[in-house]
Ligand binder design. Structure first.
Ligand SMILES: [Zn+2]
Length: 451
């Protein structure tokens, strides 16, 4: 049992019972938060001086494809229905060898940790079982808390994405779960379903039933392009054959084209939504679903999604997602001839969507998402005393609007310090860097997208 004490920081717990402490300590014992108070007496094996720092729960990214990390910076001018489907799903994902999944996942996880995300749902396209094994190895080697999402293989878009009648490879899923995930404290499993947008009803239902048999989360790309809005005729059209099968173990990525009734139906059934605003605004998904989720009485979560396109930094998503929603809420007031006299979402709201709401969506709210005694210690320390962040009048506003990843000083996952004084501690960051770069160069070259 080792104890770590974070001392003298500004504590933003996001737990209403713990509140916000202008100066306080956090005591961690064997990876669990055991005490948060203005002063925690006694010594600890490791003491982290948090003077001038803002101490808060790590971000939760509820939707990202981390294997794309080594092809980052190619998709910034892409649309979803043209280049993304042709170049990424129809070309590059098929070129991945198991080692490419490892290297993308590893450096994707390092990017997460470096930028303050301590938990991510990593939506994967494993071409074979070995691809999946190496993707999980990467998450485990990096020390990220993660929900590894076994989606359809990435090597044959025609089979897996266009009215597919082929179910997820059950034997591989079960083997990966039993061999590598079931007993892991940090990595859990989800199934990446195609859903009715991409496969026939029977297959969509079979995949959901497989996830339920395993007792794991189902996460589905839905309603992310114009054509999905005219697919079905009945009520709850966006959910099609799944409309009567929804529950809290279902997560929807995007959902832009759902009607308010669709979203209400889903929120009432306990479905969570992953809104990925920056990618959606670029690639033609449509208006982010966050506003409809809020109007239905739910709370959205934020995700990065396509990291071949944008940075994996969750700070950008919580800022952009909130500002877009504020704009959308302001506009009808202005069009009605009135002045806007307040904001619809607060900085605390968006920070909660980037932390505790993400944890709820992934079924992890009992473990993470707030700084709460009894939860695991996934903690981030932001520098609030830098010339860009001082004088830190309001720590939540500082984190949401003023700080950037360069202000993330220290990160702990499950009580383990993974970043200290602004540097990741994992030796693989240096040891695997050349292989990571070589993997990215090979994939882009073989794809011929620049030829
Ligand atoms: Zn996605």
């Amino acid at each position: 049992m080792s104890q770590t004490k974070i001392e003298n920081g500004t504590i933003v717990s996001l737990d209403p019972d713990v509140g916000q402490l202008e100066t306080g300590d956090v005591l961690i014992d064997d990876g669990e938060i055991v005490e948060i108070d203005e002063r925690v007496e006694g010594s600890a094996d490791t003491v982290i001086d948090a003077t001038g720092k803002i101490v808060l729960p790590g971000f939760v990214d509820s939707h990202i494809h981390m294997a794309q990390t080594q092809v980052r910076g190619i998709a910034g001018d892409w649309s979803l229905m043209n280049e993304y489907f042709d170049h990424m799903l129809g070309n590059i994902t098929g070129l991945y060898q198991p080692e490419d999944h490892y290297l993308g996942g590893l450096f994707g996880a390092f990017e997460k940790l470096h930028t303050g995300t301590t938990t991510a749902l990593d939506w994967s396209y494993p071409n074979t079982l070995e691809h999946g094994e190496r993707a999980v190895d990467a998450l485990q080697d990096a020390g990220l808390r993660a929900v590894y999402t076994y989606g359809p293989p990435g090597d044959d878009a025609a089979t897996w994405w266009y009215e597919s009648d082929v179910g997820l490879p059950e034997e591989n899923v079960r083997e990966l779960y039993d061999e590598q995930i079931r007993d892991d404290d940090l990595v859990s499993l989800a199934l990446g379903l195609r859903g009715p947008d991409f496969c026939v009803d029977e297959t969509a239902i079979d995949d959901l039933e497989l996830a339920r048999d395993l007792g794991v989360l189902s996460t589905i790309h839905m309603g992310a392009a114009q054509w999905t809005s005219s697919m079905y005729n009945d009520a709850y059209q966006g959910f099609g054959c799944l409309a009567d099968r929804l529950g809290p173990d279902v997560n929807v990525a995007h959902g832009n084209h759902f009607t308010q009734d669709d979203v209400q139906h889903a929120v009432d059934a306990g479905v969570s939504f992953s809104s990925t605003p920056e990618v959606e605004m670029q690639m033609g998904h449509g208006i982010p679903v966050a506003g409809k989720v809020l109007a239905a009485g739910g709370r959205p979560t934020w995700g990065v999604d396509v990291c071949s396109n944008i940075s994996g930094d969750m700070g950008s998503q919580m800022r952009i997602g909130m500002q877009v929603q504020r704009m959308l809420d302001n506009q009808p007031i202005l069009e009605g001839g009135e002045e806007v006299t307040g904001v619809s979402l607060t900085c605390r709201d968006t920070l909660e969507m980037a932390t505790i709401e993400g944890a709820k969506a992934l079924g992890l709210a009992d473990e993470i998402g707030t700084l709460t005694p009894g939860k695991r210690a996934d903690v981030v320390l932001f520098d609030g005393d830098d010339f860009l962040t001082a004088p830190n009048h309001d720590p939540i506003e500082t984190v949401v609007f003023q700080a950037d990843p360069s202000h993330i000083d220290t990160v702990l996952v499950d009580g383990e310090v993974v970043k200290r004084d602004g540097e990741l501690l994992n030796p693989l960051v240096a040891d695997e860097f050349d292989r990571f770069v070589a993997s990215g160069r090979r994939l882009v070259e073989e794809s011929g997208i620049y030829a």
